[in-house]
Design a protein around this ligand. Structure first.
Ligand SMILES: [Cu+2]
Length: 710
């Protein structure tokens, strides 16, 4: 059933979150009586050209971003989503308080919108502010399925000219290929971003000790972002001109971070920005000269148009690989300052010093990696005056919860495996995790510890929560927040909903790799998807990803292939000389420990080296057909050890290190085993898919040629 409102929905929350705010306070009855505002959204495939190359994308009503949906608090939204594509889609209304079945998470709250079908969303508008909407299906959001929502308050606000600025990131690659490349652990994105942190660069910059220490702890090079983006956009453009902004005029900007996985720093060339709302809710105004916006957050700010000329508002991606701009006014342009490139080695050293605290997965505070200052750890606020941080966010009214309600504490650790690109809570991805159970009427408190090296923009559907900060009783209400490495964040809310809601990292690639949970109201009537255990939704993060490297060299060919999901992998290695000798090893492995350093495998070896000296001996190291079993264990310095025994009782220990970065683009591999076989290889990466390579193999000798990476 897709039409009509359940009787529960009629009693839905009516608290205006801008003005008398108290999460979970008694709700006044709110029927669907207000002004009905209707929209028709047509979802289609489209072609775009952001970089000089034509690429597939997804548009709504032919636009990227999708149209701005404007409403007034107290009304009713009626939005018909028409799916004109050949694949299913969905739309989630981010930050909007609405009945569960209108939340738009396919296979959790709402049916997906099937190809050729229309789904009509109907919900009362019980809040005001700046929000947005996006697809919650696979990686469609990265392809352009996002738009802004503006809900004007029922009570009139001072009339100000206002503009919506929707920030996003764009890659020319197919987003599924991006995720596969992240799973593969390929180096090209880091090379493009200047974030590889090779040994050569470490030595030149005096950071060899830090680099060794990092690899000793089995950590790959740290980075602040995963994906290399071709463009960063604002309202679908790199540059936006608002020439109707009058000299000296104060204007309101509704800024939304609708990116798939980027944080931005906002700077304005003409004086400061005055933050008046966060995540749609008005806050005590604060003046800042730099405003950081995490993925999926929104901020409303006031700025002043210069008396003469135009001033730039610039949104620089946090990895400082690009920016987009808005210009307000006419004439000579005043530019916002450039943000210096990141000093990754300095960040690495800071991280190393935090390791002394003996934490599990080592992290660091990365808020000020531009080298301006360190700090901004919650409760240790040493930011330069004027630079935004969360402790400045102060609610207009006390937000404390009714202490007579029964408390419920939920502790979650944010975990991840950067080497295998598996993201999780408590080392469990959504596909294997239990639901987080809460009960209606409880005072729910989430205690979150980020045990990863990255920041995560966390989002809870269908609720606003208190984000506990230095403002105490006036801690702000939010629906999305950033959590830094090693940081602990506490959020709390009154459980005043029903059914199931998603809680997840809003970095699209982290979510799709498992960093999500279902928050479920115990005892609440279950919807159709709960009855089938959300089978489809829970499959998503455990997909199989294939990749391989094929080297074609003067003496022979090497193929190294892999198909893996979260816990299992099928690995194949084949070597063949042009003289007809060949060796293959095939392993089916399963990771055993939560860190995924240890894996057990069974496999099969087939070798036929006719021209090597020991060919006449069957089941020698050069001529064998054997089954084998063993363990892989990742040693410090990212050395992979392999301990195995085959069905003839033969033992072998092998050590291997692949892709050791000597300089930007230049990599070194080595391998040695107790059969007295050894190999070394070098490759110079010329593109995402190709390297010029050379290797020496104790059996197959020197050769050089090309390597193809898929
Ligand atoms: Cu994340």
């Amino acid at each position: 059933m897709r039409t009509g409102m359940g009787k529960d929905s009629v009693m839905h929350k009516a608290t205006s979150y801008n003005y008398p705010l108290q999460p979970g306070q008694a709700n006044t009855v709110m029927a669907y009586t207000g002004k009905k505002v209707e929209y028709d959204l047509y979802v289609t495939g489209t072609m775009v050209n952001f970089t000089g190359k034509h690429r597939h994308a997804i548009a709504i009503n032919g636009q990227i971003p999708a149209p701005i949906l404007e409403f007034t608090e107290g009304g009713t939204a009626i939005i018909r989503v028409h799916n004109l594509m050949k694949m299913e889609t969905s739309i989630h209304w981010h930050g909007i308080l609405l009945p569960n079945k209108e939340d738009g998470v396919p296979y959790l709250t709402t049916s997906p919108v099937e190809p050729g079908e229309t789904y009509t969303f109907t919900f009362p508008l019980i809040q005001s502010g700046t929000y947005w909407y996006h697809s919650h299906t696979m990686l469609q959001e990265q392809s352009g399925l996002y738009g802004s929502i503006v809900i004007h308050p029922a009570e009139k606000e001072p009339e100000l000219k206002e503009y919506v600025l929707l920030l996003s990131d764009w890659t020319d690659e197919n987003p599924h290929q991006v995720l596969r490349y992240l799973k593969r652990g390929g180096e090209w994105y880091a090379i493009k971003k200047g974030a590889l942190q090779s040994y050569g660069e470490a030595i030149a910059a005096g950071y060899l000790k830090d680099k060794l220490k990092q690899e000793w702890q089995r950590m790959p090079a740290m980075d602040v972002s995963d994906v290399y983006y071709n463009k960063f956009l604002m309202n679908g453009q790199e540059k936006n001109y608002f020439k109707d902004a009058k000299p000296g005029e104060v204007i309101r900007l509704r800024i939304i971070n609708g990116s798939a996985s980027s944080y931005f720093n906002l700077q304005y060339a003409n004086n400061y920005m005055r933050v008046i709302a966060a995540d749609g809710i008005n806050v005590t105004p604060i003046s800042v000269n730099k405003l950081e916006i995490a993925t999926a957050e929104t901020y409303d700010v006031l700025i002043t148009v210069p008396e003469t000329g135009a001033a730039e508002l610039r949104a620089t991606s946090w990895d400082v690989t690009g920016y987009s701009s808005a210009y307000f006014g006419n004439g000579l342009v005043m530019n916002a300052p450039d943000i210096p490139r990141l000093n990754y080695f300095k960040m690495m050293r800071e991280m190393g010093s935090m390791n002394m605290s003996g934490m599990d997965m080592k992290g660091m505070d990365m808020i000020n990696m531009d080298g301006m200052n360190m700090g901004n750890i919650q409760g240790m606020d040493m930011a330069m005056p004027g630079e935004f941080n969360y402790n400045m966010l102060r609610s207009l009214h006390p937000t404390t919860l009714d202490s007579s309600l029964k408390p419920r504490k939920v502790k979650l650790t944010l975990t991840g495996n950067m080497l295998r690109y598996v993201w999780s809570f408590d080392y469990k991805t959504l596909s294997v995790a239990d639901k987080i159970l809460i009960r209606k009427g409880e005072r729910v408190r989430f205690v979150l510890l980020n045990n990863t090296m990255m920041r995560h923009p966390m989002h809870l559907h269908g609720h606003f929560f208190r984000f506990i900060n230095a403002q105490g009783n006036y801690s702000p209400l939010k629906h999305t927040f950033d959590i830094k490495p090693m940081e602990t964040v506490i959020i709390e809310f009154v459980a005043n909903e029903q059914q199931d809601w998603l809680f997840h990292c809003h970095n699209l690639y982290h979510m799709m790799s498992g960093m999500a949970r279902i928050v479920s109201y115990e005892g609440s009537e279950q919807n159709e998807f709960a009855k089938t255990c959300y089978k489809k939704l829970k499959k998503e993060d455990n997909a199989l990803y294939p990749w391989y490297d094929l080297s074609v060299h003067s003496q022979g060919a090497w193929l190294s292939g892999n198909i893996s999901n979260n816990k299992n992998a099928l690995e194949f290695e084949g070597r063949a000389t042009w003289k007809g000798n060949f060796e293959t090893e095939t392993h089916l492995l399963r990771y055993l420990d939560k860190q995924q350093y240890l894996a057990f495998y069974v496999g099969y070896d087939y070798r036929k080296n006719k021209t090597l000296p020991l060919f006449d001996k069957p089941n020698s190291k050069d001529n064998r057909q054997v089954f084998d079993a063993g363990f892989y264990y990742l040693l410090p310095l990212l050395i992979r050890s392999e301990w195995r025994v085959d069905n003839t009782g033969r033992l072998r220990l092998q050590l291997e290190r692949r892709d050791l970065p000597l300089s930007n683009n230049f990599f070194f591999d080595w391998r040695v085993n107790t059969d007295k076989e050894y190999a070394v290889g070098f490759r110079y990466m010329v593109s995402k898919s190709f390297s010029i390579s050379t290797n020496y193999d104790s059996d197959y000798k020197w050769g050089a040629g090309l390597t193809w990476h898929y």
